[in-house]
Design a protein around this ligand. Structure first.
Ligand SMILES: NC(=O)c1ccc[n+]([C@@H]2O[C@H](COP(=O)([O-])OP(=O)(O)OC[C@H]3O[C@@H](n4cnc5c(N)ncnc54)[C@H](OP(=O)(O)O)[C@@H]3O)[C@@H](O)[C@H]2O)c1
Length: 292
């Protein structure tokens, strides 16, 4: 069995990734991560009802990626359930940050949460296993507004977790002062874009630290989910009019990074499953990025 953990899989893109994993092959098994047991069980039930062959290939796992205790406990439970077998992959999908959340809150889920899950679950991951970080085009968009020095930081494949941690602390200290972010070469300090740029940098770090795994990040595209609902409400337009795609389409690149043949490790992919740069937006359908 190829056992795969998906965090934040009770709805949206995470639920679609879980469903596509189960459809991909009958040797797949999903640990469906949810921070709320009822929402996780409801999502698992929907998936089980959609096809009979899935009944025994889903296990709900309570996991709040913002909490050390929750992540450790869920890793312990998953380890027990694996009975000595290994995980094939970890999909870090849980995310927040398009509302009015504090920067520290957004970073604690979108960046520290990914690091926390990797630290706890990597001992369970098989050699050659995959780590897929769902970041966003907001990461490269954010980096493009930074000073050249900061851009170099976000693209540096030798970056360490301590350096990413220090940058996040620096940014939290500047919170609420847009001018200070600009002066420090950190664009507008947008919490969401900043967190996703940091998680792309974390992807570089993980790829270097763990050459035995295939570690990549991607944007799912602009997808109609609860995260982006405010765009619909504020604009009074439909997801189609806004150019949004479905969660199922948002799962395309994550599924490619899980089961396809991505080019190496430590890269960022666009929603068209092509490599994209870390410091500027690449339009899906345009030539793939070929740099380091
Ligand atoms: N939608 C887009 O256009 C878009 C574009 C680029 C990137 N993304 C990224 O795609 C990922 C999925 O987003 P989505 O659009 O599917 O959003 P969504 O529908 O709001 O789903 C987010 C998921 O993350 C979970 N989550 C939030 N905080 C968590 C925590 N502390 N611990 C565990 N789970 C947590 C949520 O659980 P609850 O139900 O309990 O809240 C939910 O399952 C995110 O990383 C997002 O940044 C989305």
């Amino acid at each position: 069995m190829r056992r795969i953990l998906v965090t934040g899989a009770n709805k949206g893109i995470g639920a679609a990734i879980a469903e596509r994993i189960l459809e991909e092959a009958d040797d797949t098994f999903v640990f469906l991560g949810s921070r709320d047991a009822d929402r996780g069980n409801a999502a698992a039930e929907r998936l089980r009802q959609a096809a009979e062959d899935r009944t025994d290939r889903i296990q709900v796992v309570d996991i709040d990626v913002a909490s050390d205790a929750s992540v450790h406990e869920s890793a312990r439970k998953v380890g027990d359930l694996c009975e000595g077998e290994k995980l094939y992959a970890i999909v870090n999908n849980a995310g927040i940050g398009l509302g009015k959340e504090a920067l520290s809150t957004v970073l604690n889920v979108n960046t520290r949460g990914v690091e926390r899950v990797c630290r706890a679950f990597i001992p369970l991951l098989t050699d050659g296993g995959r780590i897929v970080n769902i970041t966003s085009a907001s990461g490269p968009n954010f980096v493009s507004t930074c000073s050249m020095e900061r851009q170099s930081f976000f693209k540096n494949s030798a970056v360490t977790w301590d350096e990413i941690d220090a940058l996040m602390e620096e940014c939290v200290a500047l919170e609420g002062d847009a001018k200070a972010f600009e002066t420090h070469g950190l664009g507008d300090g947008s919490p969401y874009g900043l967190s996703k740029a940091c998680t792309n940098a974390l992807t570089l770090h993980l790829a270097r630290e763990f050459p035995e795994f295939v570690v990549n990040a991607c944007t799912p595209g602009f997808i109609a989910t609860d995260l982006t609902r405010a765009f619909e409400i504020e604009s009074g337009r439909t997801p189609e009019e806004l150019g949004m795609k479905s969660p199922r389409e948002g799962a395309n690149t994550p599924i490619f990074l899980l089961f396809g043949r991505p080019e190496g490790s430590g890269h960022f992919y666009g929603s068209d499953a092509q490599r994209s740069p870390l410091d500027r937006y690449r339009e899906p359908g345009s030539p793939p990025y070929t740099g380091e």
